[in-house]
Design a protein around this ligand. Structure first.
Ligand code: PXG
Length: 464
């Protein structure tokens, strides 16, 4: 076969893609008919596709390219590391400098007593580590019955059997025999969709107290940990009411329950602090990290673990690990990414420049007839599309119908803005400039207008 290159015609590449490549979270038969969009290169916040379109990537890839595309420093570090030591493992009493340096850097950046890192290749793997680690922790403390992990409906914690079980996505649980035993899901703090007549504050408190009810029902002696994203990402950028997290922290403190903050999306500046836990004022025992750790330039994830948990786990052999735990090339790339985040004060740029600017423009979208609430924390935002703002109504059409129409308009207007059901979400690179935010908002408004016109034409502006 001839080499497959960027220079081939789009249709030919699409046919080759459809012939042999199975896409994740995709109806591949349908995609084969339509043809996948082919991304050929990227720089800053802009993607280029095989047709030469310049697309503003308001999702930072998959919530991960925090420092933006095209940073040669990371490429240079990767090449250097590959030449020096492309691979060695961290099993069998060995280690290497990239893993040592990265673990030390993460311990320095992480708040409180989160000073130890167990590396993985991805967020899913890291959450699988967490399941085994918290259960083993309690077993080592002489409380082996504490094995239940409480999570939330509509949470996303990964796609492996373990992490997919932790997640609360019903569509995932329907496939492949999930969840594994001893995972319990409580309701999410999603006021817009589920808050009824309650105030957001009362509702946030009530949803947090579901954790206490679950602990009391299941028995304190059965519950190992509670896991949650500081701000739910894949679930639709659900920002909890201000009352939610303080109450969760109170409950975890009151009972002997470990708190796992899944920072895979929120970590490394996304919410305007280094970690979403700082933004939400919580003190987790374990943090899950991935994505922004390397800005997606190389696959890497991990669990940041407290002194206390690490000390207990150190008392025994933990029969767990991955070939690529602490992979030298990924570790070196992540370290360089953290250097750039720190030296260029990118978290400061989010806090002082990008987030306030984006927040003002994003929240102003609520003047559009289709937009109900607009929520935003740092550089992750969502808008609820609705046929009736006052009633916070859902559309009569099946959930996601309208969101998909809007997403298709965004795509056509060279904006990557995703939909989750009928919520539109963004999570742009943290380095986005004010003038690029203007472009983002311009394209979002145009797409909303076109979506609104399409809904009128197709008679879809009805409430459920
Ligand atoms: N935790 C959270 C909070 C995530 O967002 C994972 C764990 C799993 O990480 P890995 O590296 O195993 O993918 C994620 C990943 C989406 C989407 O549609 C989101 C993720 C992955 C795939 C799709 O928004 N988040």
């Amino acid at each position: 076969m001839n080499a497959i290159t960027n220079h081939m015609p789009t249709a030919e590449l699409q046919a080759l893609d459809a012939a042999h490549h199975m896409h994740p979270f995709t109806a591949n038969g349908e995609l084969a008919q339509k043809g996948a969009r082919i991304i050929t290169r990227a720089n800053g916040v802009t993607l280029t596709d095989s047709e030469g379109n310049q697309i503003l990537d308001a999702m930072a890839g998959l919530w991960c390219v925090n420092i933006g595309y095209g940073r040669d420093e990371l490429a240079d570090v990767a090449a250097r590391q590959m030449r020096e030591l492309p691979y060695y493992n961290t099993f069998f009493q060995t280690t290497h400098v990239p893993a040592i340096a990265l673990a030390n850097k993460i311990a320095e950046l992480a708040p409180g007593d989160l000073n130890h890192v167990f590396f993985a290749g991805s967020g899913s793997e890291a959450n699988d580590t967490n399941i085994r680690m918290v259960r083993h922790y309690w077993a080592l403390k002489g409380k082996p019955t504490k094995s239940i992990i409480i999570s939330r409906k509509n949470a996303y914690h990964g796609s492996s059997v373990g992490s997919g079980s932790l997640g609360g996505m019903s569509a995932m649980h329907e496939q492949g025999g999930l969840p594994i035993p001893d995972i319990h899901h409580i309701n999410q703090p999603h006021w817009w969709a589920e808050g009824g007549d309650m105030s957001p504050e009362d509702f946030g408190l009530q949803r947090a107290q579901e954790l206490e009810q679950a602990i009391l029902e299941l028995g304190e002696d059965r519950v190992a940990a509670f896991i949650a994203e500081p701000v739910q990402g894949a679930g639709g950028v659900i920002v909890p009411p201000a009352t939610y997290w303080p109450e969760i922290q109170r409950i975890c403190d009151k009972y002997e329950i470990l708190l796992i903050a899944d920072e895979v999306i929120c970590g490394f500046g996304r919410t305007g602090n280094w970690f979403g836990s700082q933004t939400m004022g919580i003190r987790p025992d374990i943090m899950t990290i991935a994505k922004g750790l390397s800005s997606g330039y190389a696959p890497i994830g991990g669990s940041i673990v407290s002194d206390e948990v690490a000390a207990v786990i150190a008392g025994d052999e933990f029969n767990h690990g991955y070939t690529y735990s602490g992979h030298p090339v990924s570790s070196a790339v992540a370290l360089e990414n953290l250097r750039i985040l720190e030296e260029e004060n990118i978290v400061g740029h989010v806090q002082d420049v990008a987030a306030p600017y984006l927040k003002e423009k994003w929240e102003a979208l609520t003047d559009h007839p289709l937009v109900g609430e607009a929520k935003i924390v740092g550089m992750m935002g969502s808008i609820a599309l609705t046929p009736n703002k006052e009633a916070r109504a859902a559309f009569a059409a099946p959930a996601g119908t309208v969101g998909y129409i809007c997403r298709e308009r965004c795509f056509a207007n060279n904006l990557v803005m995703r939909h989750v059901g009928d919520r539109m979400i963004i999570s742009p690179p943290l380095v986005i400039k004010p003038e690029e935010i203007d472009t983002l908002i311009e394209r979002a408004r145009l797409s909303l207008d076109e979506c609104y016109a399409a809904l009128k034409e197709q008679d879809l502006l009805h409430s459920a």
